[in-house]
Design a protein around this ligand. Structure first.
Ligand SMILES: [Zn+2]
Length: 159
């Protein structure tokens, strides 16, 4: 169980780092291009999630005659300073819908915080203990009986 917990923690740390890097890259890019997914379910129902002008936006609007189904879009950024605030928070009411936006920098910051929090909980390798699961290796220094890991100094001797 301890091993599963450590693996999950490592997986979560990696995921948070990847998401942090992705959102950090998406932030400046969003001022150049707006990317997103749209889902049209009917004549007046078009839902979308997109990055645009520094914000991650979700919303719904009239479909304006678009075909039903999922679409991917990659358009020049719609950067209207009158609508988009400097920090990236958005709340726009449309004639038949609305747009909510949160700043991408805030997402990157949250993922960085999560990555750091997970990283700090990862076990620090201690000599004499398994670097993978933390099992006491004094009785079996060549190989961890708990998870099968061969400690680094044992790997160099056996080679
Ligand atoms: Zn182990």
């Amino acid at each position: 169980m301890e091993l599963v917990h450590r693996r999950l923690l490592r997986w979560r740390t990696s995921l948070a780092i990847i998401l942090c890097l992705a959102t950090t890259a998406a932030w400046p890019y969003s001022y150049w291009r707006a990317d997103g997914f749209g889902l049209c379910t009917g004549p007046r129902h078009y839902y979308f999630i997109a990055t645009n002008a520094g914000a991650l936006t979700v919303g719904m609007r009239d479909s304006y005659g678009e075909q039903r189904g999922v679409t991917w879009y990659h358009n020049p950024t719609e950067n209207d300073r009158g609508i988009y605030s400097l920090l990236g928070f958005q709340f726009i009411l449309l004639p038949r819908g609305m747009v909510l936006g949160i700043p991408i920098w805030l997402c990157a910051f949250l993922f960085a915080y999560l990555a750091l929090r997970c990283f700090r909980r990862l076990p620090i390798p201690i000599p004499g203990y398994c670097p993978n699961c933390g099992y006491d290796l004094r009785a079996t220094p060549a190989r961890c009986p708990e998870c099968g890991t061969i400690p680094p100094q044992q790997e160099s001797i056996s080679n």
